[in-house]
Design a protein around this ligand. Sequence first.
Ligand code: G
Ligand code: G
Ligand code: NA
Ligand code: MN
Length: 251
Amino acid sequence: LNLENELRIALDKGQFHVVYQPIVGAESGTLAGIEALLRWNHPRRGLLYPADFMEVAQQSGLIVRMDEYTLAAACRQMKGWKDGLGWNVPVSVNLCLHPEWRGRLADKVSELLAASGLHADQLVVEFTENRVFQNLDETLHILKSLRLLGVRILLDDFGTGFSSFTHLKKLPIDGLKIDRTFVKDIPHGLKDSAITASTVTLAKQLHMRVVAEGVETEEQLQYLKQIGCGEIQGYIVSKPETAGVIASRFR
Ligand code: G
Ligand code: G
Ligand code: NA
Ligand code: MN
């Protein structure tokens, strides 16, 4: 069985689940958001991460069904947190802006939000500048339709893709996530520190949120506070966990 067929079966048999990683204020440490991350419980190979299957998922187009699954699960969970704990924390979902979503994504999103009785501004879509991100006009169209609903948009892995500045200029973006590869070597790596600090300044001047990803050490956190980075995410706060663990940790 090849991976594509295994993915198809996994979708039909419900072998996926979603884990959640908090995003907190760099200074306050309080919950600023929660990112939903997809996991595959493979019957033979055990727990698989997106890196293990995203390539095939994108090439085959199955990513659209997988993203729909994550989106629905995240909306259900948001409703659960709201009803159970009174939380109104924005939840981020990573979406692949696949051409197959054209004219369909905003309808799907508003349907899921309505079914959960949620406001659109509680949902955040994270997207990356990857291979599928070929056509700027198409991407603009999809993002505009989400923005029109009131959904917030974050540009993930900022700085690692192609023509990031053109995207910043042309697309409706509410915030940037500084990629983990830059955060890893701050404050000692001079290039990484310069890139991180400049990105924070850039986000501020564009009136955008800025989230540093992959923060693991106190030293990294101190530097991020010093340069005025608004929000952080990473093992220093929490690994991705089940919804129940996140609830017990932050309530
Ligand atoms: O924590 P983890 O290894 O799962 O995340 C790796 C990356 O995989 C994320 O940054 C994100 O870009 C991607 N990812 C995680 N979950 C999803 C999902 O449900 N859909 C899409 N398209 N990408 C995801
Ligand atoms: O593609 P995206 O950047 O959204 O995915 C984040 C990935 O990084 C996920 O795989 C997540 O599990 C992982 N991750 C999150 N926080 C940390 C961290 O502090 N350190 C490391 N090494 N990985 C992290
Ligand atoms: Na992400
Ligand atoms: Mn990222």
